[in-house]
Design a protein around this ligand. Structure first.
Ligand code: SF4
Ligand code: SF4
Length: 381
């Protein structure tokens, strides 16, 4: 046992594996255990059998989506997903990294985004929207995820959010081409040095330099890392659904145009399971006049993962035939919903693609919540 603990200390494994009682609640809840060979309970078990140094060679380490279901369910607070992130860190440090993940990291290093697109194009989505530069001074800083800024599928949601916040009278600013990837997935693929020494250090200084009272993020991933890992001082960090729910409650945002659609909602792991933001997205959807909100069976803590987190968006590997997103879009169709609402650019990409591949596009449209809210704005929206 001494050797395991020593090795764990050497690789910076900050968790008490010995507390594991092998109850299997982690692997029982792990969404990818049904589609891959990853077994998180075995992984913890093997690591207790002096096998920890060998585990860093396991290909399955890349199958984890960092959804944290295992962390949520573990009765002994072992935090098993962090074992995976730490083992990935060993892989990254020894240069054993899947090609597409390496490309995404290089894109962030060179251009500030995992798509490797030009930094000077980061603000093109905002053309014609009259959103002011944060440097002019603003109460609320809008932070757009790399996908919200560059991905043509996500851009309508980003634009809609700006229109909604303007309609509610929010004093909004944005960073434009100064904005850089938040690094939430960088940390989770194991690139700890890039996360700590480059993205957090520079990002924290940038975000604090604006002087905004609040940061609103388009993505639960940026929200998670800014709120829990950046150590931002004196700045409130909110996901946009929290901001919209608050604006609705305070009467600053008024929705008057009926949106006659049956809509269900998919909880993003980084918003729901990891940060317990379950109610606000639902409150926003329920506030849209004419909208018929229905729930799927697996919701909130039991929600299914879309498989876009933990660097999976950048991974081209196994598990293309039996994706969790396929199950999820079918679950949405089974409710009778015509719209599957999401609150995350990764969920939008994964689930919209799944609907397309499964031939469900005619029946089910995958839309960000802000795209529905913008339809309900009356004059001035
Ligand atoms: S849920 Fe926790 S205690 Fe149970 S097997 Fe998994 S790591 Fe061990
Ligand atoms: S974080 Fe999610 S995908 Fe990864 S091992 Fe835990 S339950 Fe499985």
């Amino acid at each position: 046992m001494q050797d395991i603990q020593q090795f764990a200390n050497e690789i910076g494994l900050d968790l008490d594996l010995l507390a594991c009682i092998q109850c299997g609640k982690c692997s029982g809840g792990c969404p990818v255990s049904i589609t891959t060979a990853l077994n998180i309970r075995f992984l913890v078990y093997e690591s207790l059998l002096d096998a920890l140094p060998e585990l860093v060679h396991m290909e399955e380490l890349w199958d984890c989506t960092c959804c944290f279901t295992c962390v949520e369910r573990c009765p002994k607070d072992v935090r098993p997903a962090e074992l995976i992130i730490t083992l990935r860190n060993q892989l990254v440090e020894s240069g054993k990294i899947p090609g597409t993940i390496g490309e995404a990291l290089m894109g962030i290093f060179r251009q500030g985004n995992p798509l490797g697109l030009a930094r000077e194009d980061r603000a093109l989505w905002a053309e014609g929207l009259d959103v002011k530069p944060a440097r002019e001074g603003c109460d609320t800083l809008l932070f757009t995820c790399c996908y919200s800024a560059y991905d043509v599928q996500s851009q309508p949601a980003t634009k809609a959010l700006v229109r909604i916040l303007h309609a509610a009278g929010v004093d909004l600013g944005y960073l434009g081409t100064e904005e850089t990837c938040c690094g939430n997935e960088v940390k989770r693929v194991g690139e700890k040095a890039m996360f700590d020494e480059m993205l957090v250090e520079e990002g924290k200084a940038l975000l604090e330099s604006v002087g905004a009272r609040c940061i609103v993020t388009t993505s639960p991933h940026c929200y998670n890392t800014f709120k829990n890992e950046y150590g931002l001082e004196g700045i409130e960090v909110l996901h946009y659904t929290q901001v919209l729910a608050r604006l609705l409650e305070e009467g600053q945002l008024k929705l008057s145009v009926p949106v006659e659609k049956t809509v269900t909602y998919h909880d993003p792991c980084f918003l729901g399971k990891q940060n317990k933001v379950f109610d606000e997205p639902r409150a926003v959807l329920r506030a849209i006049p004419g909208l018929n909100f229905v729930e799927m069976d697996r919701i909130r803590e039991r929600s299914l993962c879309c498989e876009g987190g933990g660097g999976r968006m950048w991974f081209e590997g196994t598990n293309t035939e039996d994706r969790l997103a396929f199950q999820r879009v079918q679950e949405a169709v089974d409710t009778g919903a015509e719209v599957l609402a999401v609150a995350c650019p990764f969920c939008l990409a994964m689930l919209a693609d799944a609907a397309k591949v499964k031939g469900l596009e005619e029946q089910l449209k995958v839309m960000d919540i802000s795209e529905l809210v913008v339809q309900a704005l009356g004059d001035g929206g």
